[in-house]
Every structure is written in structure tokens, then in C-alpha cells.
Design a protein around this ligand. Structure first.
Ligand SMILES: Nc1nc2c(c(=O)[nH]1)N[C@H]1C(S)=C(S)[C@@H](COP(=O)(O)OP(=O)(O)OC[C@H]3O[C@@H](n4cnc5c(=O)[nH]c(N)nc54)[C@H](O)[C@@H]3O)O[C@H]1N2
Ligand SMILES: Nc1nc2c(c(=O)[nH]1)N[C@H]1C(S)=C(S)[C@@H](COP(=O)(O)OP(=O)(O)OC[C@H]3O[C@@H](n4cnc5c(=O)[nH]c(N)nc54)[C@H](O)[C@@H]3O)O[C@H]1N2
Ligand code: SF4
Ligand SMILES: [Mo]
Length: 746
């Protein structure tokens, strides 16, 4: 008998409510939950198509082992784990803890057990080789917060419900559904701003799906820091800032004011290509509108100075009087007593502290215990103490998602041991010794700790698993427990962890993600405080009494700064020398020979690299293409659909062009996550690749540098936007260089 179960989608950040129809332990369909208080019956195509992913015949259902001839064979979990355990111990004995590494990809963040267990295991192992998608995404946000607030774990979010003037810089929430904020129905949320008489300005080199609905302010890629410095200039220069209040809230106001004096909008206009009068208008509106905010995301993170740019976003909010006030840029409240002390204590742990350690290759700082993923390949191939010899990759596809995938792909072959935990065979685990099948989100219970302070309307939802693990799939944290068991005899800290786990088990209270989440729910906003607050929330009550989730406060609470700043005097630091010295990097960079600038873009029916196998999302003959302006196409003799060669100083790819007025001249947008070429197990995605040149897409990250000197200095961010490139018609480049240009092969 089919039955319906309440749950929520965990592909991207709004965590939309879902109703799953289940029959005999099989997921039949998914539909949006109309009674979810925030998503109210909304779900995007990716969310609905997830049934096809759960039941995909290509999905991994059993552990695989690579044979000497390179093919994979099915083995039992016992065999796979025994062999992995033995080989892991061998690597540990021969080369030590710092030869073992882990890369966890984006979907790991959507599983509390997965992130927590990985972080704890790797930390206690003491290896510096922990990598994540964060260095291609958001680590700069943590570092900006570290410098400003002393607290890497805090991030202000725009108060979508109340803001009347919102400046969105380098984000496309109509397609991405919002990031570093959980705001279901974000498109409606934004439209409500204009409906109540407010306005939304979208600062972006592309006339994006979001920009089309609001007011577009085109900008030259990777010049946002200059634009923000000019906004600060105007705020001080026109006396729009409340200096007394600023001094109470922050240190370094004078230094900042002195610094921005040199950045009048008239001086930065050449680089940003924004009319100085527009900059002044924006600054005035930010200061004079009572409820105003600026918000930035991936476009402001992947430039050459992502940490500085993100810090400047917060500084503009602060100086304009919009930080930590209703309708401005606000801090989510976990409501957990002692959270500030907790973060302060964590900062004492060197592997957690910013730059508590630096990478062996490139000397780049660690961020929340992780190193830049761009360095993985060189950490494998560079001999010496600390050389990476064994690598686990969970929920990630770094061969497509990090710079210079070719370099990484061949480096992976040099490892003594590579193990992947995934739901699919992908371009990365094609090189693994073992591939272990993981559960999808609907095969696990979850309460997502990492998103709790990011809801624009404070909200909580927990779910049970809606179906049991399919095939032999297992949850990542349970596999990590096994690995902990193997290494326990080898390392004291791991032994203690293992002993703790076992003791808890014997006492009938095993340590589980659910147990930890329950603790956080009970101590947090609306929690039962272990009986002190009658009728308060627990994990069980959330699931049983609030199957659609529960709004725990109507709006974000102002006045959270004191809880979030961990500096002793409680004031924000505006002039950290590390940040200020990044300003040098803003000096002009003309790259003759590479006159165009590459930017990224996300597509509504893709999720990074891993949803190109769902027939529902592939409908309509989708293909991978570069968007460019007619002016740039015409001079290169390119017409719609022509194949073009795109080259940077670091690599070249070929793909069709789509010509559109919806992009600033001089800029080319190419989506990432494509480049399926038969090396993974994605039949649908790969079939497209075999049809025609480039039809299955190419890996845009072949154009991106993995050289440590090219990484952003404070957070080790990959520079994926504003990258100098040249584009030529493919036949031309063949004629000129005499070589045959192949689409980047993986
Ligand atoms: N449909 C869909 N949704 C997704 C994803 C997906 O792949 N598909 N991925 C998810 C993930 S992992 C994330 S991190 C989020 C990201 O969420 P967003 O950041 O909202 O999404 P992006 O599309 O990357 O938006 C970045 C925007 O920055 C612009 N941009 C590029 N360079 C610059 C620049 O130098 N300056 C300025 N001002 N703008 C610039 C781009 O044109 C683009 O519009 O989306 C999530 N949601
Ligand atoms: N040029 C360029 N490159 C980019 C970006 C960009 O904007 N431009 N964006 C960057 C960003 S923001 C991100 S987040 C990264 C993403 O980079 P990655 O996280 O490395 O790659 P994904 O494509 O998200 O691959 C996720 C993998 O997880 C698997 N998976 C899905 N669900 C589960 C699960 O529950 N458990 C397990 N074990 N596996 C699962 C999928 O099958 C897939 O193989 O890409 C980055 N790369
Ligand atoms: S926007 Fe789509 S993919 Fe993201 S959580 Fe909602 S339904 Fe899932
Ligand atoms: Mo991301």
C-alpha cells in the first residue's frame, strides 16, 4: 500500500518541504509539501526529479573494488572494509597520519552525520590533508568573519522579510534558490520587496534570471572590491555614516575612512565600468533607506580577493547602519547558551583556528581545519614528509569541480589507496581502488545543524528516513566509525574516540548524529532545555508534532552582535592588517592576449556535476555552451551554436557558443559541472558525450589555475571568476596553430 511521508529536500539550501510517496520500501514519487510553513508547496525541478536519482539504475548499490585490469568488480562490505582497513594501517605505519587525507564535497554539508564525523575523525587523526568544496565556494566567508568578528562560524544574512532596499552582488538566487541563507520561495521573497514599494538592485556581469526581474547594474568581473570601497568612500565622504555609533560597534573606523578616501567612484569607474553617479545613488539609498542591505555570494567569493570582498560587504552594511538591525543584514540566533564561549574555546584548537596550520605545498592557511582543494594534486605528487598517500573522497567530484581537473585525475593514480563514498560512479572515483555506496538523503534521518542560523525566518525541521537504504548503501558516518576502529590501535587519540564510542554503545546510548542533533534542538531556540521549558522541542517532538517543520520566531532578532563577536571588547575589527594588505592585489591587471573575462553560471536543472543523469532534467536536448555578447562574437566570426575554442593561460576547451545580449560585452559565462566523457558510470550523461563534440559538456575548470601562487591568499580560494581568456572560432584556431583541438578529455 503506498503511503505518504513528510520530509524535506536536501539538495540545496532552502530545504524545501516534500511529501514522499513510498510503496513497499521504494520511493514512488516526490511532491512539494503544501503545508510546509515556508516553502508552501514550492519545489524546483531538481527536487522533484530526485525520485529518478534514488531509483537510478546507474546508482551504486554495492561496494566495488578495482581489479588490476582497471575494471570494477562487486565485493561485500566486509571484504571492502577489511581490505581498506588493512591498507590504511599500512599507509599509516609507513608514512604517518599526515599522509592520509579526505575530500568531502558539497552534498556532505547536507548530512549532519557526514560532516561531523569526517571533521572529528580527521581532526583527531591530526592530518593537514582535509579538503572540501569550500575552497571553491565559501571558505572566504569564514575567514572574513574570523577577521571582522573573531568568529569564523558567524555569517550575517539579509533580512528578506523586511528589507526595502536590497543590493545583490554576485548571486543569482532565482536560479540557485539562495546560498548562505536558507530562504524557501526566495523569488517570491524578493518580489515582495518591490511589491511593498522597495527595490532590488542586482550587480552582476550577466543579465541573470534574477537581474531580469529587478534592476540590473552590470559590473566588470572581479572588481566588486573596488565598487564596495567606493560605496564606503561615499558613505564617509557624504557624511552618511553615524560615526558615534560606528565607534561603539567597531575598531579601526578611522583607518578604514582614511583608506577609502582614495577610492572615489570616479577613480574606480574605469575598472568597474559603473557610472560614479550610480555608485553614489546606491550608497545614499543604503544609508537613507531604513531597511537596507547588501548581499553577496559565489560571484564575490571566487575572485582574486574573495576574503577582502566579503569583508567589505559586511563593512558597507555596518557603515550604512544596516548590520544587526531589522531589515538589514542580520545574524541568525541559535539560542544556545554559551555559544560565544564555545567558539572562543574552539579557536584554541590549532587545527580549527585560521592559519593554525599552513599547507606543505604553497604555505596557504587552513580554514576551519581544511586546506585548499586546488592543492590536492600537488600534495599527492610532491615527495617528502607529509606527502598525501591515501585519499578518501566522499560526496565529491573534484576532478570536475576543482581547478585543473586533468592534473588531479592523473595525480590520483599515484595514490597508494583511494576510496570513494558516493551514490554514483563519477569522473573522480573512476580512479578509486574502492567505491562504497552511500545512502541518498531520503534514506537517512536528519536535522541539518549547519543551516540553523541561516534561515531568514527562524525555522526547524527534522525528518526520519523515508525509505531504508537501497541495495547495500550505508550512511557515511557509520563507515567512518569502521575506519576509526581500524586506526584505533595505531593512534592514541583515535583509540580514545573508539573507546568512547564503544562505551557509549555498551551503555545503550550510542553516539549518533541524531543524538547530537537532539542535544542542539533541546538547547537551542524553542528547545525543551531538558525539561526546563515545558512543551519545548526535541528531535522526537519535531518529527512527531511538527512533520512540516516549525517556525520558531516570526523574524530574525536584532542585537545579536554581542553573541557573535568573540573579541573581548565585543567590537568588530575593520582594519585587520591581513585584510588591508589584500588591497594591493586590486591594482590593475591587464592581460593582453587574453582580452575577455570568464565567469561561471548555474543552471536551473543542474546541481553542480551530479544531476545530469536524471531524464527529467535532461529533457529538451540540453547542451553545454558558453554565453557571449554579439559584439564579441561578431568580431570573432562566431555565429549561434558555432564551436569555439576558449583558452586561458592554464588550459583550453572547445564548446558551442550561445550569443546573447544578456551579458556584458567582454565577458563569457560557462557553467561548471560538465565534462562527462565516459569515465564515470552516468549512462545518460555519458551518452550525450558520445553524440557529438562537446555535447556532454566540457570541464570549464581546465581553464582555472591550481598553482598556489594563483590562489586567494587568505582562504586559499580558487580564482574562478574574472579569469582572463581568449575565444576563437574553432576552425580559426586550428588553422592558426595547426593543432587539432579536442574537447578537454578527462
Ligand atoms: N540550480 C542550481 N542551484 C544551485 C546550484 C546549482 O548547481 N544549480 N548549486 C548550489 C551551490 S553549490 C551554490 S554554492 C549556490 C550558489 O548560489 P549563487 O551564488 O546565488 O549562484 P551563482 O549562479 O553561482 O551566482 C553567482 C553570480 O555571480 C555572478 N558573477 C560572476 N562573477 C562575478 C563578479 O566578479 N562580480 C559580480 N558582481 N558577479 C559575478 C554570476 O554571473 C552569477 O550570476 O547555488 C546552489 N544552488
Ligand atoms: N568553475 C567553477 N567551479 C566550481 C564552481 C563554480 O561556480 N565555478 N562552484 C563550486 C562550488 S560552489 C561547489 S559546492 C563545488 C561542488 O563540488 P563537489 O562537491 O566536488 O562536486 P559535485 O558535483 O557537487 O558532486 C557531488 C558528488 O556527491 C555525490 N552525492 C550526492 N549525494 C550524496 C550523498 O548523500 N552521499 C554521498 N556520499 N555522495 C553523494 C554525487 O553523486 C556527486 O558525485 O563545485 C565548485 N566548482
Ligand atoms: S530549491 Fe529545489 S533542490 Fe533546492 S531544496 Fe528546494 S526543491 Fe530541493
Ligand atoms: Mo557550492
Amino acid at each position: 500500500m503506498p503511503m505518504e511521508k513528510h520530509t524535506y529536500c536536501r539538495i540545496c539550501e532552502p530545504l524545501c518541504g516534500m511529501i514522499a510517496t513510498v510503496d513497499d520500501d521504494r520511493l514512488i514519487s516526490l511532491r512539494p509539501d503544501k503545508e510546509h510553513p515556508l516553502s508552501r508547496g514550492f519545489a524546483c525541478p531538481k527536487g522533484i526529479a530526485f525520485t529518478e536519482i534514488v531509483n537510478d539504475p546507474d546508482r551504486l548499490r554495492h561496494p566495488l573494488r578495482r581489479r588490476p585490469d582497471g575494471e570494477f568488480e562487486q565485493v561485500s562490505w566486509d571484504t571492502a572494509l577489511d581490505e581498506i582497513g588493512r591498507r590504511l594501517v599500512e599507509v599509516h605505519r609507513a608514512s604517518g597520519s599526515d599522509s592520509i587525507g579526505w575530500y568531502f564535497g558539497n552534498p556532505a554539508t547536507f548530512s549532519t552525520g557526514h560532516v561531523l564525523w569526517t571533521a572529528i575523525f580527521m581532526n583527531l587523526l591530526g592530518t593537514p590533508h582535509v579538503y572540501s568544496a569550500g575552497s571553491q565556494d565559501v571558505n572566504n566567508r569564514f575567514v572574513a568573519s574570523h577577521f571582522l568578528y573573531g568568529n569564523p562560524l558567524t555569517a550575517p544574512i539579509p533580512d528578506i522579510n523586511r528589507v526595502d532596499y536590497l543590493v545583490i552582488i554576485g548571486a543569482n538566487p532565482v536560479v540557485s534558490h539562495g546560498s548562505v541563507m536558507s530562504s524557501p520561495r526566495i523569488r517570491e521573497g524578493l518580489n515582495a520587496i518591490t511589491a511593498r514599494g522597495g527595490s532590488v538592485v542586482v550587480v552582476d556581469p550577466r543579465h541573470t534570471e534574477t537581474a531580469r526581474e529587478f534592476d540590473w547594474l552590470p559590473i566588470t568581473p572581479d572588481t566588486d572590491a573596488l565598487f564596495l570601497l567606493s560605496l564606503l568612500h561615499v558613505l564617509f565622504d557624504e557624511d552618511l555614516a553615524d560615526r558615534d555609533r560606528l565607534r561603539r560597534q567597531a575598531r579601526g573606523v578611522k583607518e578604514l575612512e582614511t583608506l577609502v578616501a582614495a577610492y572615489a567612484p570616479e577613480t574606480t569607474a574605469d575598472r568597474t565600468d559603473i557610472d560614479p553617479e550610480r555608485v553614489r545613488e546606491v550608497a545614499r539609498s543604503l544609508a537613507r533607506t531604513e531597511r537596507a542591505a547588501v548581499y553577496g555570494r559565489v560571484g564575490t567569493s571566487l575572485g582574486r580577493t574573495g576574503t577582502l570582498t566579503t569583508a567589505l560587504l559586511d563593512m558597507v552594511n555596518l557603515v550604512a547602519g544596516n548590520l544587526d538591525v531589522p531589515g538589514g543584514s542580520m545574524f541568525g540566533d541559535l539560542g544556545i547558551p554559551g555559544q560565544r564561549l564555545g567558539v572562543t574555546a574552539l579557536q584554541r584548537v590549532s587545527s580549527f583556528r585560521w592559519a593554525g596550520r599552513r599547507s606543505r605545498v604553497g604555505n596557504l592557511p587552513q580554514v576551519l581545519g581544511t586546506a585548499p582543494a586546488s592543492l590536492m594534486a600537488k600534495e599527492i605528487t610532491t615527495p617528502g614528509r607529509g606527502q598525501l598517500r591515501a585519499l578518501f573522497v566522499s560526496a565529491g567530484n573534484p576532478v570536475l569541480s576543482v581547478p585543473n581537473g586533468d592534473e588531479l585525475r592523473s595525480a590520483l593514480d599515484e595514490l597508494d589507496l583511494m576510496v570513494s563514498l558516493d551514490i554514483y560512479r563519477n569522473e573522480t572515483n573512476a580512479r578509486a581502488d574502492y567505491i562504497l555506496p552511500a545512502t541518498t538523503m531520503y534514506e537517512r534521518e536528519d536535522f541539518l545543524l549547519p543551516f540553523q542560523a541561516l534561515f531568514t525566518t527562524p525555522f526547524k525541521q527534522a525528518t526520519e528516513a523515508v525509505i531504508p537504504p537501497q541495495g547495500d548503501a550505508r550512511e557515511e558516518w557509520t563507515v567512518i566509525n569502521e575506519l576509526i576502529g581500524f586506526l584505533a590501535p595505531e593512534k592514541l587519540l583515535i583509540r580514545s574516540l573508539h573507546a568512547g564510542n564503544r562505551l557509549a554503545q555498551r551503555l545503550g546510548r550510542p553516539v549518533t548524529p541524531r543524538g547530537i542533533s537532539d542535544l542542539a534542538i533541546r538547547m537551542g531556540l524553542g528547545g525543551d532545555r531538558f525539561g526546563l521549558r515545558r512543551g519545548g522541542l526535541t528531535y522526537r517532538r519535531l518529527v512527531e508534532d511538527h512533520p512540516h517543520g516549525v517556525v520558531v520566531a516570526d523574524d530574525l532578532a536584532p542585537g545579536q552582535l554581542a553573541k557573535n563577536v568573540t573579541y573581548l571588547d565585543g567590537r568588530i575589527r575593520l582594519a585587520a592588517p591581513e585584510l588591508m594588505s589584500e588591497i594591493e592585489r586590486l591594482s590593475v591587471d591587464t592581460d593582453t592576449g587574453y582580452p575577455l573575462r570568464l565567469i561561471g553560471m548555474r543552471e536551473i536543472r543542474s546541481e553542480n556535476s551530479w544531476q545530469h543523469n536524471a531524464p527529467m532534467l535532461l529533457r529538451g536536448g540540453r547542451s553545454h555552451a558558453a554565453r557571449m555578447h554579439p559584439d564579441d562574437a561578431t568580431v570573432r566570426g562566431l555565429a549561434e551554436g558555432d564551436l569555439a575554442t576558449v583558452a586561458s593561460r592554464h588550459g583550453r576547451i572547445s564548446l558551442p557558443v550561445t550569443i546573447t545580449e544578456d551579458i556584458k560585452p567582454g565577458v563569457v559565462a560557462i557553467p561548471h559541472g560538465w565534462g562527462h566523457n565516459g569515465s564515470g558510470g552516468w549512462t545518460q550523461a555519458n551518452a550525450a558525450a558520445e553524440n557529438d563534440l562537446g555535447a556532454g559538456g566540457v570541464n570549464v575548470n581546465a581553464l582555472i589555475s591550481s598553482d598556489p601562487a594563483d590562489l586567494e591568499r587568505l582562504a586559499g580560494m580558487a580564482n574562478m571568476t574574472g579569469v582572463p581568456i581568449q575565444v576563437s572560432a574553432m576552425s580559426d584556431s586550428r588553422a592558426r596553430t595547426g593543432d587539432t583541438v579536442e574537447p578537454a578529455r578527462l
